[in-house]
Design a protein around this ligand. Structure first.
Ligand code: SF4
Length: 395
């Protein structure tokens, strides 16, 4: 998979690290020293810097493991320093993105530093309003490649004596199609002896992989679950989230409802607002009817402009009217502000830029197809296209 066969050190469990230390003929406390060196404040990326270890063990560490699996190609800063978008290069050349967002203290709420991370390189789901969807699927990330995005951000914050306060799996990829590694990553991020971030501060988002949601429910409350809904009517959701042809709205919301019931955790629903497509009064009422009485909260997010779609973000007055319908129905709703638009902060935009422009006729065909599909969806006609293949594997 990667060109460097050495595993990422941060991908080891405590038991695996202890076993490696033992195999080197070293006392068990060395495992603790190594763990501290790679996790505290994001840790180090060079074995030579782990001064608590004897020289021969530093050499063995370097020989057997990669101390970092994500490398910086580019950091772009926007919003007066409040948003940092990072394009990471992996060892096999795949590009992934993470976004660090700073929220200054306001009133009673404390300062927050939230990192949005990727779980796959590219994505098989193919939502047409998403730049990652345009890229197609590259591969699942290794567990170390997931947590190393967080270590990278933690190191940058540590230079200002700050710490990450929240992590959201809302970057590139569908996390529940790489579920085993995502769960292992969450365990490491949550473990007080490793990254040490409280479960309530970790959010995993899905576009609606129902068997994955059910698997999470069986595990109990591990983190906050977010559903990328974007439409409450199947005809429209078939177009906006092609996975809906496999698991339609009612099945997704049923699974989310069961999750909220079993775990006591409120479900977040993400809803990208696309002008004239999913922001009509009909859509607002459909969403209000769907979630009325649920332990749920809706986040309305103006669409980021993505190349090769014919769509724009809904105007703010339309979003406010949409929110009012939900609030009227007793559905908790927040309008989110777009971050980092001037640096392409929407998931996949930087990687898409690097991939280069597709030929103009292909872009024109795609736009025309989307205009026709969204018009048909407004008339309530369902798509006859098949669901996307589950390249990331069945959960
Ligand atoms: S919105 Fe999420 S699930 Fe849809 S294509 Fe983009 S990364 Fe994949």
């Amino acid at each position: 998979m990667t060109t460097d066969a050495r595993p990422g050190l941060s991908g080891l469990t405590a038991d695996e690290l202890a076993a490696w230390v033992k195999a080197q003929g070293e006392p068990s406390f060395r495992a603790r020293q190594i763990s501290d060196a790679i996790w505290k404040d994001g840790g180090t990326t060079e074995a030579a810097e782990v001064r608590t270890l004897p020289g021969h063990l530093r050499v063995a560490l370097e020989r057997d493991f990669r101390l970092d699996t994500v490398h910086d190609s580019e950091i772009r800063v926007a919003d007066g320093g409040l948003t940092e978008k990072v394009l990471h290069r992996l060892d096999d050349g795949e590009l992934i993105e993470s976004v660090l967002m700073h929220y200054p203290a306001r009133g009673a709420s404390r300062e927050r530093h939230t990192l949005c991370i990727s779980s796959q390189a590219g994505c098989a789901v193919g939502c047409p309003f998403c730049a990652t969807g345009e890229l197609g699927f590259g591969r699942d990330l290794e567990m170390a490649e997931i947590v190393d995005q967080a270590r990278h951000a933690a190191r940058r914050l540590a230079t200002d004596r700050k710490r990450l306060t929240n992590i959201v799996f809302m970057g590139m990829g569908e996390p529940l199609l790489n579920l085993d590694r995502v769960l292992a990553a969450v365990e490491a991020l949550n473990d007080p002896k490793r990254f040490g971030l409280g479960a309530r501060h970790i959010t995993v988002s899905t576009s609606g992989v129902v068997p994955g949601i059910r698997r999470l429910t069986a595990l109990g409350p591990q983190f906050t679950l977010a559903i990328s809904l974007h439409a409450a009517r199947d005809a429209l959701r078939d177009v906006l989230v092609p996975l809906n042809r496999r698991w339609p709205v009612a099945e997704v919301v049923d699974a989310a409802r069961d999750h909220a019931h079993a775990t006591g955790r409120r479900i977040s629903y993400e809803y990208t607002m696309i002008g004239g497509v999913n922001d009509t009064d009909l859509d607002a009422r459909a969403l209000a009817d769907l979630l009325r009485g649920d332990h749920a909260h809706v986040n309305l997010i103006p669409m980021n402009q993505v190349a090769h779609t014919p769509w724009q973000a809904s105007p703010m007055p339309v979003i406010e009217t949409f929110a009012a319908v939900l609030l009227e129905a007793g559905v908790g709703t927040t309008i989110r502000r777009n971050r980092g638009q001037e640096v392409g902060a929407a998931c996949g935009q930087l990687a898409a830029e690097r991939a280069g422009e597709p030929p103009a006729p292909a872009v024109a065909r795609r736009r025309e197809r989307l205009v026709l599909a969204s018009a048909a969806a407004l008339r309530g006609e369902r798509s006859e296209e098949p669901a996307p293949a589950m390249v990331g594997g069945e959960p």
